[in-house]
Structures are given as structure tokens and as C-alpha cells.
Design a protein around this ligand. Structure first.
Ligand SMILES: *Cc1c(COP(=O)(O)O)cnc(C)c1O
Length: 403
């Protein structure tokens, strides 16, 4: 059996977690702070806040930014549900843009959807391939020059334009024009969920690259408090001798990262560029080399003159396959012991979003990408022989399923 994306749990990870447990400090503490510092260094930003998931991190940010009822957030129709769910949690409306041939949000579609209620645009670096942020910044600038911006909170007033928030759940380590994910948008959300490139079991982070009007150390501090009950001192600072006293300045949330999670993240980060990315890159290159001879194989893009992916997903497309044929191919390879996946069911196909009136027929780009997409296994411990097995099984299944 070849699994889809098991985490890399080895002695080094187990030892680091054991050390964290033995240290006597298991909730947010020195390891979390160290991970934040190292992620900031890695991404080239001044401040990063680690929290317990992408979902809670980015929702916390939207709330801090004052996104609420009457506001709109533009998201791609082709993403995991978390991207749009959090907009609903805030009482705001997700507005969905269609996607292009790489499943990245389509800029023309975004341009048509911007309104005077748009507060945030949230592109997704799908599969690890960075979205074209410079083009989106230009679009937002042109829009602001022509139509202005309607702030509804102090932070929005300071921003003076639509904020660009990257859903970089897939793209830690990706780069665009030499700039790393974390520094491409105003704010970036990372996920360290178990299946992601860099994991902490569950976890997430916000990296800040806000305009000069913002003091990002102050934004970090405010969000850290908001993510811990609105409490002015975290558990570690309260522990200092005699420093028990705290205040609650608002009814905050509870989504801090623990030092046990951070211990995993520190090991993962220490070998990310030397081991994780090179192995993932060589796996996807081998897939492409083995698959390119098949007419039915439409290969995903990982690199061009401007950008390089984080090699998170191998999003193969089966040319000419209908949705039913694609599902049949997946069933056959599963029987042969190969786990594959589909990334993603477009949001308009999900009951929650259908009930809100979204219709897949308005998203031809998302529909076309979804119908014949199959994501192949990519993970550190996958061997070259296993890659060959995956390709053989896919080829057998495709050739016996397409007519
Ligand atoms: C995994 C994922 C998320 C959610 O991340 P969590 O850390 O599980 O909350 C958000 N967006 C995309 C595109 C994802 O794949």
C-alpha cells in the first residue's frame, strides 16, 4: 500500500518532542517563540505569529482587521473549504472568483468581483505554486485610484485599500521574483497540518508584511493577545516570580500553539531546504519524466522564469477524462494499493455553499480543473520505485477507463 501523504516521523522528531515534554514547559513558550523567529528569518519578514491552525490564525486576523457583516472577501472557488468558511464565521460574505488553467485565482474574474464592500482578497497558492501577487497589488492600486476604499475599522482606515491576504497553506518555501511566501502579500497564512509540507501535527502561522503605516511588532502583540482570551500576559510571563497579575482586554479566542507542536516544527524547519524540498522536487520531476510520454497526461507546472513552487501537490490532469472516468481511475488505482486524492471539490459543489446560492456552472475554470484532476502521492519517504509503481498503476487504470 502506498499512502498519500504520511508525515515524516523519525527519531529526530520523537527526540525533540520528548525533550519538550521533559522540559516541564508544554504550552506556548520558548520553543514556539523560537519557531516564530526562525520562520520570520526564513521568509524575510520581521514578525510571525504561530497559532494552532491556518483556520484559526487567518480567522483571528480577519476579526482583528474588522471584517464583519456587510463586508466581502474574494476567494477562489477552487480551494479547501477553510478559505471561505472563516469568512462566514466572521459574518462576512465570501465572493468566489474562478480559476485559470493552473487552478490559481483568475485576475479578470477578481477584477469583475471587486465592489465597495470588498475588504480582503485571499488568493490561494494552490499545490504550492505562488499566485501572481504583484499583478494583484497593481489591480488593487488601480481600483483604489479610481474608486477609493471604504474602511469600516481603524485598521482598514490605516490600510486605505483592499488588503491582500495569502492562503499559503501549501506554499511554505515557494518563491516569486526571489521573494519567499510570507513576504509576497500584506499578510500570509501558513498551515502546518499533518499533510502539509512542513508540519507541527496541527498548527499555523501568520507572517506580517504590512505597509509602513503599521507597526508589525504591535500587530503581532495585539493578535497574540486576541488569540489567548484577550489576556495581557501569556502563561510563561505570568510564571515569572511575582508576575501573576493580568488583565483581559476583550473576549478573545483560544488558539495558541503549544511548545510540543513547535518542537516538531523546529526540526521540520531545520531540514526543510536541505532535505524536504529537494526530495519533494525530485519526486515531482520523476513523475513528470515518467508521465510526459502519455498523451492523456497533462502535467502540473512547478516552475517558470518568475516563480518556483514548494512542490506540495502533484496535481495531474487526465486529458479527456470525465468526472465519472476520473473516479473510476481512482477506484482502480486504490484497488492496486495506491492512494491518490482530488484537490479539491470546488466550493460551489459543497452543500454549504450550494445552499448559499453558489452554482458550479458559473465557475467553468474550476469545474474543468476538478473533473479530471488526480493528486499523486508526494512525501519525503516515497521511494523512486514507488513513484514508478504509482505511474504504472495510473497508466493501467487510465488506459482501461478512457474510451
Ligand atoms: C489545509 C488548508 C487550509 C487549512 O489549514 P488548517 O491548518 O488545517 O486550518 C487552508 N487552506 C488550504 C488551501 C488548505 O489546503
Amino acid at each position: 500500500m502506498i499512502p498519500f501523504s504520511p508525515p515524516r516521523i523519525d527519531e529526530q522528531i520523537i527526540n525533540a518532542v520528548t525533550e519538550a515534554l521533559k522540559s516541564g514547559w508544554i504550552t506556548t513558550g520558548p520553543r514556539t517563540k523560537e519557531l516564530e523567529k526562525q520562520i520570520s528569518n526564513y521568509c524575510g519578514v520581521n514578525n510571525t505569529l504561530c497559532l494552532n491552525s491556518w483556520t484559526n490564525a487567518v480567522e483571528l486576523f480577519l476579526r482583528w482587521y474588522g471584517v464583519g457583516p456587510g463586508d466581502e472577501v474574494i476567494v477562489p472557488a477552487y480551494t479547501y473549504a477553510a478559505t471561505a468558511n472563516i469568512v462566514l464565521h466572521c459574518g462576512a460574505s465570501p465572493v468566489m472568483a474562478d480559476v485559470d488553467q493552473n487552478a490559481l485565482m483568475d485576475l479578470d474574474s477578481v477584477q469583475r468581483l471587486i465592489s465597495d464592500r470588498t475588504k480582503v482578497i485571499m488568493p490561494v497558492d494552490i499545490g504550492g505554486l505562488p499566485f501572481d501577487y504583484p499583478a494583484l497589488f497593481q489591480l488593487v492600486k488601480n481600483h483604489t485610484d479610481s474608486f477609493g476604499f471604504n474602511p469600516r475599522s481603524a485598521a482598514q482606515e490605516k490600510m486605505g485599500r483592499i488588503l491582500i491576504l495569502a492562503d499559503a497553506a501549501h506554499s511554505f518555501g515557494a518563491s516569486l521574483n526571489g521573494v519567499k511566501a510570507g513576504k509576497m502579500a500584506d499578510v500570509t497564512g501558513f498551515s502546518f497540518h499533518a499533510v502539509k509540507n512542513l508540519t507541527t501535527a496541527e498548527g499555523g502561522a501568520l507572517s506580517f508584511n504590512l505597509p509602513a503605516a503599521f507597526d508589525s511588532a504591535e500587530v503581532y502583540r495585539e493578535l497574540a493577545i486576541k488569540g489567548l482570551h484577550g489576556q495581557t500576559k501569556d502563561a510563561l510571563s505570568k510564571m515569572q516570580a511575582g508576575a501573576w497579575k493580568y488583565d483581559i482586554i476583550e473576549p478573545g479566542y483560544k488558539c495558541n500553539m503549544t511548545d510540543i507542536q513547535a518542537a516538531i516544527g523546529l526540526v521540520e524547519l531545520s531540514r526543510y531546504d536541505s532535505e524536504t524540498i529537494p526530495r519533494r522536487k525530485s519526486i515531482v520531476q520523476l513523475y513528470s519524466k515518467l508521465l510526459e510520454k502519455y498523451d492523456w497526461a497533462k502535467l502540473p507546472v512547478f516552475k517558470n522564469e518568475r516563480m518556483e513552487s514548494s512542490y506540495h501537490l502533484y496535481m495531474l490532469r487526465i486529458k479527456g477524462a470525465s468526472e465519472i472516468e476520473r473516479d473510476e481511475i481512482i477506484r482502480k488505482v486504490a484497488l492496486a494499493g495506491v492512494s491518490v486524492n482530488v484537490h479539491f471539490l470546488p466550493l460551489p459543489l459543497l452543500t454549504c455553499y450550494k445552499n448559499l446560492g453558489f452554482n458550479i456552472n458559473n465557475y467553468p475554470g474550476a469545474k474543468a480543473f476538478y473533473e479530471n484532476e488526480i493528486s499523486l502521492p508526494v512525501y519525503y519517504d516515497l521511494s523512486d520505485d514507488q513513484v514508478q509503481t504509482v505511474v504504472n498503476e495510473i497508466a493501467k487504470a487510465v488506459e482501461s477507463s478512457l474510451n
